[in-house]
Design a protein around this ligand. Structure first.
Ligand code: ARG
Length: 265
């Protein structure tokens, strides 16, 4: 009985995958619009005139396996979810799956884990025995964030009375690198996802930055966003993501694009 159900499920997914791709002929390839914000290495970052990174590899594969033409749209981070109004648009931007966002869009299965880090000038914060920074050290600080990100939302919530960073002021920037370049001027520290924080630390030796995990915060899972009730595309994406995870592709791409190989975590 259980086996029959699994088979049925596989059939449904296969059929929807086929319906999504099968009806178009090669000359009139449908376009897949991928909305992202490219200030988020190693997931999306500029390289020459291109945008590259783990998410872009994923985007290319999805477009490829669906027989669609990839169009990458680099927009302000806060504009991504609202841009997903068409059946063939997805948000692929290291987007953390959150209950609030799930009211606005649907998310794929998770494809990567992260946690919030703090970026600071070397020597200005101290580490605990696990090489983490206690949130209490961010009290009353000016915290730079990328506007609209989970780091921004958490920093806002935790600066309130009784919060982990009580008394802090949050300053939103277009992306985390711009915020980090302003440390010592417009802000004192930056709160952003782990891998981007480590990348900023490694890519800017002249800035003398360090990046460490904030001890008290929970981990986050990244998903691909699609407009609500766009089930056909969502099933197809989940199918492809599952394949990529099983093929070890996402870890492979991560290791190619990152300074901190996934295995070492
Ligand atoms: N994971 C965080 C969030 O979803 C940060 C994502 C930032 N992504 C980007 N492409 N700039 O809010």
């Amino acid at each position: 009985m259980k086996k029959a159900l699994v088979l049925l499920l596989i059939l449904i997914i296969a059929v929807s995958l086929f319906m999504f791709t099968g009806c178009k002929n090669q000359d009139e390839k449908g376009k897949l619009y991928v909305y992202t914000e490219s200030g988020f290495p190693p997931f999306e970052y500029p390289s020459g005139n291109d945008i590259v990174g783990v998410d872009i590899e994923i985007a290319k594969t999805i477009a490829d396996r669906l027989g669609m033409e990839l169009v990458v749209k680099d927009v302000n981070f806060e504009a991504i979810l609202a841009a997903l109004t068409d059946d063939n648009a997805i948000g692929l931007a290291g987007l953390t799956i959150t209950p609030d966002r799930e009211e606005e869009v649907d998310f794929s299965i998770p494809y990567f884990e992260a946690v919030q880090y703090v970026v600071y000038k070397e020597g200005t914060l101290t580490l605990d025995e696990n090489s983490m920074v206690s949130g209490a050290q961010l009290k009353n600080k000016v915290i730079g964030t990328q506007s609209g990100t989970t780091g921004d939302i958490i920093a806002d919530e935790e600066s309130a009375e009784g919060g982990l960073f009580e008394g802090a002021t949050v300053k939103g920037y277009d992306n985390a690198l711009i915020a980090a370049q302003d440390i010592g001027n417009g802000c004192e520290v930056v709160v952003i996802d782990r891998h981007t924080a480590l990348q900023i630390e490694a890519n800017n030796p002249n800035l003398n930055l360090k990046a460490n995990q904030i001890a008290q915060l929970d981990s986050e899972s990244y998903g691909i966003a699609v407009k609500k009730a766009n089930k056909k595309l969502l099933y197809a994406i989940n199918w492809i993501l599952q394949e990529l995870i099983e093929e070890g592709k996402i870890v492979e791409w991560f290791n190619e694009h990152s300074v901190s190989p996934a295995e070492e975590e």
